[in-house]
Write a protein that binds this ligand. Structure first.
Ligand code: GDP
Ligand code: IMO
Ligand code: MG
Length: 424
């Protein structure tokens, strides 16, 4: 089997955690390549729910090696908390969790700046985990990497430099007090002691693994429309969640990636601000939110919900080169009399079949809908495609026709078992 990228084709929370857990059986390594603990990936095994934020979802499979790549931003406290949570639940990560020495480190000033920017400047609806400010430092070349964290001399110099600037911003722009160097330095030296054993040159590990014909699964976080280049900028996250990120975020050449699988929710959700053309109005919003349990796995915020939008998913198919599609949460639509699919947008009399990059245009777009009959049957116990109600199959067929790549897997519940292939 080729090395695969599994990523979200909408605005995140498509059910990637569940799908990655299923595909983990077929691979040797599972690798996060971007984002940080802004992600919340849920895996349910026999009513036992795990939410992974920073550690790859493959960790629940005992013999798999999990890597946090150079493109990820690492909050060491969040990492240690997650390792602790897994240990408590009987999952030992030692010897099979590796962290890139080139990943950037999140500090409390990143979180503080994230919060303040949200409250006092433009609201994006971030997770307030410090993700954006940490990536900003990376690009500005003032960030602190995991390797720096492990070297007390370098850490001291870089932290002093950073604090000089951050404390001035906190004081002069936001009027709040800054951070003490002594306290932060001592706190982070303690983290360094604890995470040292996980840190290595993961790029070499992965390229060696490829030479040995080991199989790698690249775990996307967030979703394509949250990508900093290809998403609904500025209402996006600060990394490349698209397939290209798997290469830059790990140090694997693009020629070594054989397949891209897009995870698609049977409807659409989004958390935070920004345009959302197919967003439901109040009643339907509440109904689908409750039925789909659409509350953030990281922040608990209610997710905004809407109809399936083939314009945005087609954009995802294009920018990721998606080969195959997995459709999740089909069961959430079980009770509806009829179901809409957005096939195009209208703006000032013009029809758009392609996702408009101009945010003002997107915000003003009216969706063009097709309406299909619902199936009004419980699908959560269905175990094969042919056992799905006819109207559910029609719905999936129409989605596949609009998107083109093959639907390979369908999910009708949060458990591992509530999944079947389209061909079987
Ligand atoms: P991720 O960020 O893409 O991994 O997705 P999240 O874990 O944030 O959100 C997906 C939610 O839907 C989780 O609570 C999953 O347990 C749940 N889920 C996944 N697949 C299905 C499905 O097919 N049906 C239902 N009802 N829930 C699902
Ligand atoms: P998973 O991996 C859904 C959203 C936030 C906000 C924007 C920027 O579970 O699908 P950030 O904290 O990243 O600077 O926030 O991105 N966001 C997500 N939405 N799922 C996620 O991750 C998300 N991670 C970030 O809500 O709109
Ligand atoms: Mg999530």
């Amino acid at each position: 089997m080729a090395n695969i990228v599994i990523l979200g084709a909408q605005w995140g929370d498509e059910g990637k955690g569940k799908v990655i857990d299923i595909f983990t059986r077929k691979v040797d390594f599972v690798v996060r390549y971007q984002g940080g603990n802004n992600a919340g990936h849920t895996v349910v095994i026999d009513n036992d729910e795990f939410i992974l934020h920073l550690i790859p979802s493959g960790i629940l499979h005992k013999r798999k090696i999990c890597i946090i790549g150079n493109g990820v931003v690492v909050d060491p406290k969040a990492l240690l908390d997650e390792i602790g949570m897994l240990k408590k639940r009987g999952i030992d990560v030692d010897g099979r969790l590796l962290v890139s020495e080139n990943a950037h480190v999140i500090f409390p000033y990143h979180r503080r700046l994230d919060e303040l920017k949200e409250a006092k400047r433009r609201k994006i609806g971030t997770t307030k985990k410090g993700i954006g400010p940490c990536y900003a430092d990376k690009v500005a070349r003032s960030g602190i990497r995991v390797a720096d964290l492990l070297d007390p001399v370098v850490l001291k110099e870089k932290l002093l430099n950073n604090l000089e600037e951050k404390n001035a911003i906190l004081d002069k722009i936001y009027g709040v007090s800054g951070f003490s160097f002594e306290e932060l330095y001592s706190e982070y030296l303690d983290y360094a002691k604890e995470i040292r054993k996980y840190v290595c040159n993961t790029t070499v590990v992965l390229n060696d693994a490829i030479k040995k014909k080991k199989r790698i699964l690249f775990e996307g976080a967030q979703g394509t429309l949250l990508d900093v280049d290809h998403g609904t900028y500025p209402f996006v996250t600060s990394s490349n969640s698209t397939a290209g990120g798997a290469s830059t975020g790990t140090g694997i050449g693009p020629t070594k990636i054989g397949k891209v699988i897009g995870v698609v929710k049977a409807y659409t959700t989004r958390v935070g601000e920004g345009p959302f053309p197919t967003e439901f109005t109040k009643d339907l919003m509440e109904r689908i939110r409750q039925k789909g349990k659409e509350f953030g796995a990281t922040t608990g915020r209610p997710r905004r919900c809407g109809w399936f939008d083939s314009v945005i998913v087609n954009h995802s198919v294009m920018v990721n080169g998606i080969d195959e599609i997995v459709v999740t949460k089909l069961d959430v639509l079980d009770d509806l009399d009829s179901i809409k699919i957005c096939t195009a947008y209208k703006f000032e009399g013009k029809t758009y079949n392609e996702f408009p990059t101009n945010g003002r245009v997107l915000a003003g777009c009216e969706p063009v809908y097709e309406e299909l009959p619902g199936w009004k049957e419980d699908t959560t116990k269905v175990i094969s495609y042919l056992k799905l109600p006819g109207n559910a199959r029609n719905y999936l067929r129409r989605i596949q026709n609009l998107l083109k790549p093959r639907i390979v897997l369908i999910s009708v519940g949060c458990d591992r078992k509530q999944t079947f292939s389209k061909d079987a």
